[in-house]
Design a protein around this ligand. Structure first.
Ligand SMILES: *Cc1c(COP(=O)(O)O)cnc(C)c1O
Length: 501
């Protein structure tokens, strides 16, 4: 299996090369040359498999330059870090389910890929005989940063630096990052929003001169953002796993189609679902659920992508995104792999903030996707209604998914097997959840966690409870224009207090 560039189909590389490289040489994204399929027999076997085994089967179709034992070593380390089942499907009502993807070390769905990706990247580095150490740069709107730091900490041959928007993450998310342990990690706050951080990292990756400067210090760059193929592919697994669980539990029959509602920001999660469908998973519709930053809703309904709009800071910060990077991969498929037209439009997007879809592409989107959005009021109301009805506290991201699913059901009168992807633990956003259910809210995030505990049946995850007693290690703040400077400071060991261990 080879991977090609969305912007030049003649650029072809192996899996290991693709994940080491991150972006393609013209700034495009790597996509599989063709989609492998899961046969009926494999699907049937999957029913009795553990999550690791399901991951091994699906990933082996893409990671053809890895031995199956190597893949299994990686998935074991990764998924052992989860509480129990990494991706439990919780039945909420008849035909309505939540796929809980927040039982990993940082309590958000990014753990699904970021516990695994560093293991794979470390092996790919050895496979390709790379001498230099890898310097991973991450731009985060909150959850990716912490998940990446946890995934990469103390991995040999790799260092990781995370940039987050100073004012754009929740207090708990900020603490999670600034208290991070590990010898090879760095965390920097940027005076800007997430898009500034992401664009800054992209520019660093494309700056050849800076690349040489960093190479002189013995490092090569890699990205751990969801544009890296190594982030995307592990996410395919839980779509299959959900289906297998629903069949095993007698909720659906093999062959029935299901719908997924996916709280969406950078379009990585929902894109992995689309890849699963291309591999043979019976999905009817993917509901692309956005918050007030509803650039994708407009794109899927009107065919016009326009990032020139007001940026809203919402209670679902991991979806506060105006440049949805992984959309490029879907557009590539929708266009019939027309890399020339993708290249052109991504240049337009960079220069003008806009591009348009063709009629053919719109027909493709309509077939598989339904897009809508929830504003702040919709989100809060959904948390409250859901809590009243089921005693279950949704985090704000998941609430956006639930609201958008309800819109879909009403508009399309489709009540078939609806799975909403629950992307974060409500404990990461106690403040907003308590406000929504009209409970007493404090300025102290730990007090809020305790109040939420008194209202629900779910224990406070220990990774949040323990934060209260950890020391803040990273306090550096940089301007958007100084991100390169931050990288050099990090290489010199000047970021954060060194760990007293
Ligand atoms: C990252 C994230 C999302 C959005 O996922 P994308 O893959 O960027 O679309 C939604 N919810 C939470 C909690 C997240 O961390």
């Amino acid at each position: 299996m080879n991977f090609i560039s969305t912007r030049d189909v003649t650029e072809k590389v192996s899996f290991s090369k693709a994940i080491l490289q991150g972006l393609t040489s013209e700034g495009g994204l790597f996509v599989p040359e063709t989609f492998p399929t899961i046969t009926k027999a494999e699907f049937a076997e999957m029913l009795d498999m553990s999550y690791d085994e399901r991951a091994n089967l699906i990933l082996s179709k893409y990671m053809t330059d890895f031995k199956i034992e190597e893949i299994a070593e990686c998935t074991k380390i990764a998924y052992d870090r989860f509480e129990e089942d990494p991706a439990p499907v919780v039945k909420i009502d008849e035909g309505v389910y939540l796929l809980e993807l927040f039982h990993g070390p940082t309590l958000a769905f990014k753990d699904m890929a970021l516990t695994l990706f560093p293991q794979i990247l470390a092996k790919a580095r050895v496979k390709e005989g790379q001498k230099e150490d890898i310097l991973v740069l991450v731009a985060t709107s909150g959850d990716t940063g912490k998940a990446a730091l946890e995934g990469f900490k103390d991995i040999h041959g790799i260092k990781i630096l995370t940039f987050f928007p100073e004012e754009g993450v929740s207090p708990m998310q900020k603490l999670q990052m600034t208290t991070q342990d590990g010898e090879n990690v760095g965390v920097v706050a940027v005076k800007g929003n997430f898009d500034n951080c992401q664009t800054g990292v992209k520019e660093i990756f494309q700056d050849k001169e800076f690349e040489r400067e960093v190479a002189k210090n013995g490092y090569v760059f890699s990205s751990a953002n969801s544009i890296n193929l190594g982030r995307l592919l592990p996410q395919i697994v839980y779509y299959f796993s959900t289906y297998a669980d629903l069949v095993s539990d007698g909720e659906i029959e093999m062959g029935d189609s299901i719908n997924f509602s996916v709280p969406t920001g950078n379009f990585g999660n929902i894109l992995a679902g689309y890849y699963a469908m291309e591999m043979g998973l019976p999905v009817k519709k993917f509901i692309c659920a956005s918050n007030s930053n509803n650039v994708l809703t407009e794109f899927f309904t009107e065919g016009k992508y326009d990032a020139n709009r007001e940026f809203f800071k919402t209670m679902s910060p991991s979806m506060d995104i105006l440049i949805s990077s992984n959309l490029e991969r879907l557009l590539f498929q929708a266009s019939g792999c027309d890399s020339e037209s993708i290249k052109l439009r991504m240049e337009q997007l960079k220069e003008t903030g806009k591009f348009e879809a063709t009629a053919k592409e719109m027909a493709f989107f309509d077939k598989y996707f339904y897009a809508t959005s929830a504003d702040e009021e919709d989100t809060a109301r959904t948390i409250n209604l859901f809590y009243d009805e089921y005693g279950y506290a949704l985090d704000p991201h998941t609430a956006v998914g639930v609201f958008c699913q309800d819109e879909y059901v009403v508009e399309e009168s489709d009540y078939d097997n609806l799975v909403v992807i629950a992307t974060a633990s409500p404990y990461k956003f106690s403040h907003d959840v308590l406000k929504a259910i009209k409970a007493k809210v404090s300025d102290d995030p730990f007090k809020n966690a305790k109040t939420l505990r008194s209202k629900t049946a779910v224990e406070i995850p220990k990774n949040i409870a323990n934060l209260e007693f950890e020391e803040v290690r990273f306090t550096d703040v940089f301007e958007v224009s100084e991100m390169k400077k931050a990288v050099l400071s990090f290489i010199k060991g000047e970021i954060g207090k060194s760990e007293a261990k």
